[in-house]
Design a protein around this ligand. Structure first.
Ligand SMILES: NC(=O)c1ccc[n+]([C@@H]2O[C@H](COP(=O)([O-])OP(=O)(O)OC[C@H]3O[C@@H](n4cnc5c(N)ncnc54)[C@H](OP(=O)(O)O)[C@@H]3O)[C@@H](O)[C@H]2O)c1
Length: 204
């Protein structure tokens, strides 16, 4: 296997050109947009630029990624795109307002593309995860949230779900939480629960 590394700022509008320069001579079979930016704090306590940066990385970033990688996949009628999303995007999440809104965007974008690109034999999937034991999450939280998964478990679940539908939520606890928050509870209760669960997060 050959590995090519590209150090780049995903918020940079020039990122697609930098990416093309590195992958120009290879076929990309599967693209995963995993990176994300966030802060834990009430929206108005931070300068607007902090929120805009989240939009650049979490909203414009995956859009640029899709525009760059999907056309050749459509042309050769083969390929897959996975966009990392979050249960935080299923309802308002006080303290994570822009991040949550960006993940709502990501999930909806992936669902729409799943339907648009299916006839072209290109799979698109939103991986709508709950808590994952990543370096960023571990540094923000003293102990695991219920149902916290290892990154490998999330990656395996996402790859296994490719071609089986537009969204996967890895882990039984997260699946149950997602069902309750989206389908069972009144919207205002779901928002309040999310706000309480985010109390334990360190604003960093
Ligand atoms: N961890 C969880 O509990 C959890 C739950 C649900 C969903 N997710 C999703 O899973 C994915 C991974 O999350 P994570 O927990 O691994 O996040 P993380 O620990 O905060 O790491 C974020 C990663 O994104 C990179 N990144 C941020 N801004 C960037 C930019 N402008 N250009 C290039 N890279 C940038 C960071 O690189 P640097 O370190 O170089 O800044 C870092 O590698 C995200 O999409 C997140 O929304 C995570």
């Amino acid at each position: 296997m050959q590995v090519r590394a590209l150090a780049a700022d995903l918020a940079d509008p020039g990122f697609p050109d930098q990416l093309t320069a590195v992958i120009d001579d290879i076929e990309v079979g599967t693209g995963v947009y995993n990176a994300a930016a966030s802060f834990v704090a009430p929206l108005l306590s931070r300068p607007p630029g902090d929120a805009m940066r989240i939009v650049d990385v979490n909203v414009r970033g995956p859009l640029r990624f899709v525009h760059q990688l999907a056309p050749p996949m459509v042309q050769r009628r083969r390929g897959a795109l996975i966009l990392m999303s979050s249960l935080a995007g299923n309802q308002g999440s006080p303290g994570l307002a822009v991040y949550a809104a960006s993940k709502a965007f990501t999930t909806t974008l992936a669902e729409s593309l799943w339907a648009e690109l299916r006839p072209h034999d290109v799979d698109v999937l939103a991986c709508c995860a709950g808590a994952i034991r990543t370096p960023g999450f571990a540094s923000a939280l003293a102990k695991d949230a219920p149902g916290t998964l290892d990154p490998g478990e999330v990656a395996e679940a996402a790859l296994a779900a490719l071609g089986r539908g537009p969204v996967v939520t890895p882990g039984t606890t997260s699946k149950l939480a997602s069902f309750a928050m989206r389908r069972l509870l009144p919207r205002r209760t779901a928002v309040a629960i999310m706000g309480r669960s985010l109390h334990d997060l360190d604003p960093g």
